[in-house]
Write a protein that binds this ligand. Sequence first.
Ligand code: SAM
Ligand code: SF4
Length: 444
Amino acid sequence: MKFYVRTYGCQMNVADSNEMGRHLKAKGLVETEDPDEASIFLVNTCTVRQHAEDRAFSEIGRLKRWKQKAAGRKIVVTGCAAERTKDYLQDRFPFLDLVVGAKSIEDFAPMAERLLSRRETDEDLDYAVPAIGEKVAAFVTIMRGCNYSCTYCIVPYVRGREIYHSLDQILGEVRDRVAEGAREITLLGQTVNSYRHGQHRFAGLLEAVAGVDGVERIRFISPHPFYMTDRVIDTMAGLPQVCESLHLPVQSGSNAMLKAMKRNYTREEYITLAEKMRRAMPGMTLSTDIIVGFPGETEEDFEQTLSLIEELQFDWGFIFKYSTREGTPAANLESLAQELIEERHQRCLELMDRIAALKRSRLVGTTQTVLIEEGLFGRTRTNYKVHLQGNIEIPAAEPGDEVRVLITNASRTTLEGEIDHDNVAFENFRQEDCRACAPEQQRQ
Ligand code: SAM
Ligand code: SF4
């Protein structure tokens, strides 16, 4: 019996999908990339913005025909939109077999078990041995939920308050992923660096994960600026496994907007923090999330966001149009005109893209250490995806290998490069990465 998973939304959802997939595999099911082969179709939904929810719901609507095409097919809908709209989903799509909200993902295993034992037909169950995962870069969820109350955000409502996994559970999962082939671990949480369990805090967790044999790279997402303490920064800088790349959502460059969003930091504090991070980890790439068109955003506020992007020269960023989420405090505020939000979105994208392209162009001609993830694709420590020129049939490197790559083209977000076979000692790699990404710092 095979299952197919469609995931919408963030890395937390990808990690949840992987976790649910592991439960299904443990029950003998096999994952497929072809929905036509599947008996179970799992849609893991997102509700952070209306657009993501709409896309998932229209897919669920189309699944009615998929289900009718073969006996015994089952549809499972999970995730944040499932949490927010459980009753509505079951009313609108009565053909769904199981709806599991984001708060109940940890109960997925028994729910799936009940679903599987509810077989109406005698399907041809081949209880295959679960496949060994081949993922070189794996996600490990360290906490669920969020204790913040950013006024635009639905996450605390659909995922609940913070619940932390124990250090032992996290390290156990890290070891499992390494045993399956992972070399890189990304720790996940909505405010991942607010982690606390017993006397353990985030910095100690980083050290413990770095101590697991076989972990070569560590990343985490999404940290909140408020919890980016000196202890966390020093730990990051001191651990060779922690990659020189930080995704630190800022949301706005205007103090008035940051206050209205209840982000708990000012523009100045964010800038000071970003500069401190760059000093601690030279060559680090810094990326961010930005929301344009939050209610009440004036042209001046918006220009503050543009000037922050200019000032900090982010390496890349995700620019979101504000989307009203019912039930959040901001939903009671008067929205800006949609055309204005679109126009600001375009202006912000153009600026971010221009800076990102300039930063990437500086990488051409440099040599980067790339961890091969799949086929001809890998990633630098600074989190650029790299496509290796070469022959997919006779790959020069295997998934899990770290190779030195000469970057030959950076016009797209995925860099292109060729393996550099010159023999350079490993200790030099980080130094080279640094030179490539921060030529201005090297010149000073
Ligand atoms: N917990 C993370 C943090 O605080 O940085 C972010 C989690 S959220 C799933 C990812 C991004 O979606 C946010 O950083 C924000 O930019 C964006 N986002 C959240 N709610 C939004 C909304 N109502 N409209 C537009 N973008 C939104
Ligand atoms: Fe949402 Fe804010 Fe929590 Fe991030 S920190 S999940 S933006 S409430």
